[in-house]
Design a protein around this ligand. Structure first.
Ligand code: RP5
Length: 171
């Protein structure tokens, strides 16, 4: 599916298949930017060896960026970041008990030297956009797509503003 280049893939890792409902928007956004990705379920706690292997092989497997999503005691993004120099973007997934604050803090509060670029709770779209922006450093095509994307956002806001002005005028 890639229109970028062979070494411009994103690895999307989810702590559970139950994270897919949030992460499907991330995948859709990667698709929109025509970024090739692989998406796997892998848990830092339930499949620790797989987490290590995925992280350690990410660079040689051609991944330019890793997006890791997890809820609750969300150690997955940090554990992956510990094993690789590929940039890791963490997505805290909202769960019932603490509304995602648990995952947000677990993902964001990394020790110096091992960063995880943390997006908002359930901010899976931004994870994809940030991955695109990281990869755009080496891709003119992606730079253009990102510029178009921002233009689309601007146009949507202006359209909503125009509609609101009508409501205000007539209300
Ligand atoms: C985390 O625990 C997962 O990322 C998920 O958000 C949460 C619940 O996992 P399941 O019990 O639904 O598999 O590790």
């Amino acid at each position: 599916m890639s229109k970028t280049s062979k070494a411009m893939k994103v690895l999307v890792v989810m702590g559970s298949d139950s994270d897919y409902n949030v992460m499907k928007d991330c995948l859709a956004t990667l698709k929109k930017f025509e970024i090739e990705y692989e998406c796997v379920v892998c848990s830092a706690h339930r499949t620790p060896e797989k987490s290590r292997e995925l992280a350690k092989s990410a660079k040689k497997n051609g991944f330019a960026c890793i997006i890791a999503a997890a809820g609750k005691a969300a150690h997955l993004p940090g554990v992956i970041a510990a094993y690789t120099t590929v940039p890791v973007i963490g997505v805290p997934i909202k769960s019932d008990a603490l509304d995602g604050m648990d995952a947000l803090l677990a993902i964001a509060q990394m020790p110096p030297g091992i960063p995880v670029a943390t997006v908002a709770i359930n901010g899976s779209v931004n994870a994809a956009v940030l991955a695109a922006q990281i990869m755009a450093v080496k891709s003119k095509a992606l730079q253009i797509k990102l510029k178009d994307y921002k233009q689309e956002l601007e146009e949507k806001v202006e359209k909503k503003n125009a509609q609101l002005q009508e409501v205000i005028k007539n209300g």
